[in-house]
Write a protein that binds this ligand. Structure first.
Ligand code: ATR
Length: 281
């Protein structure tokens, strides 16, 4: 592509940022639509975050994504927050309009779109979510927004689960449980959809999060991990005849929503997914 004085600059801030797939995905989207824009990585250590955000504003960078560990702090540094970003207390996308920064969170919407794409119906369903970290917060919020009737949350650290339920509990029926075999077994029996938001399954040789032989057949099982493409949880679920969904769709769609916020154009989702699949698998 030709970079000129008119080329719009976008980017991502994180620490580390080297492994981020967003530059590849967003650049391919700009190119697919023939937009005069570039997207670059900025590695920003926590002590430089405030200066970096001021710099991005001063340089008229049109928009940027925010990744670990800056999502919460950036929510304090922008001028405006959308409702989702405010509720989640975390920003993953910023739009710069004439020096005024608006913080968005596209993780929840991205997760929902990835389920819609797969034809998953949430209305009135009973969901069982594992994990209580940053990702869990967005996913739990999305499940409630999508209309689940009950959201049961299981986490190794029970205190962390309770803290998260205080926030999500305002939006629906949320109950929390510790990660114990008998407890999980009972919860599995009346779950319509299971979602793993923990990092268990990312590394080869990870132990099972719970006894996967107890997954009921025919339900929907989602793992937000995208690498490997099929975690042991998803593999076991598939063998039980469950509908299985990995985290690639969430990754693509959170990026697609960001792209749409910045450009006002429909994101080339298939192209974005394809470049990621080629890079990852
Ligand atoms: P993220 O932002 O990706 O959600 P995180 O905030 O570090 O990352 O959260 C990681 C989640 O994975 C947590 O729910 C964590 O459980 P704890 O709150 O008990 O730490 C969960 N997790 C990580 N390793 C785990 C393991 N070996 N067994 C069970 N849960 C695990």
């Amino acid at each position: 592509m030709k970079i000129t004085g008119r080329t719009a600059v976008y980017g991502i801030i994180g620490y580390p940022v080297k492994h981020s797939l967003s530059p590849l995905m967003q650049t391919s989207a700009f190119q697919e639509l023939g937009l005069d824009a570039v997207y670059v990585p900025f590695e920003v250590p926590p002590e430089n975050l405030e200066d970096a955000v001021k710099g991005l504003r001063a340089l008229s960078v049109r928009g940027f994504n925010v990744t670990v560990p800056h999502k919460e702090k950036v929510a304090q540094l922008v001028d405006y927050l959308t409702e989702d970003a405010e509720i989640l207390g975390a920003v993953n996308t910023v739009k710069n309009e004439g020096g005024e920064l608006t913080g968005y969170n596209t993780d929840a919407e991205g997760f929902l779109r990835s389920l819609i794409e797969e034809g998953v119906e949430l209305e009135g369903k009973r969901a069982l979510m594992f994990g209580a970290g940053g990702a869990a917060r967005a996913v739990g919020y999305a499940l409630l927004k999508g209309g689940v009737k009950f959201l049961n949350i299981v986490n190794r650290s029970f205190s962390k689960a309770k803290k998260m339920a205080e926030i999500l509990g305002r939006r629906g029926n949320v109950l929390v449980y510790p990660l114990k075999e008998g407890t999980v077994e009972a919860l599995l029996k009346d779950a319509d959809i299971i979602v793993n938001t923990t990092s268990v399954g990312m590394k080869e040789g990870d132990p099972q999060l719970f006894d996967y032989s107890k997954i009921p057949s025919g339900i929907t099982v989602v793992d937000i991990i995208y690498n490997p493409p099929q975690t042991p949880l998803l593999k076991a679920a598939k063998e039980k005849g469950c509908k299985t969904i990995n985290g690639l769709g969430m990754l693509v769609h959170q990026g697609a929503v960001a792209f749409e916020i910045w450009t006002g154009k429909k994101a080339p989702v298939e192209k974005m997914k394809k470049v990621l699949e080629e890079e990852l698998y």
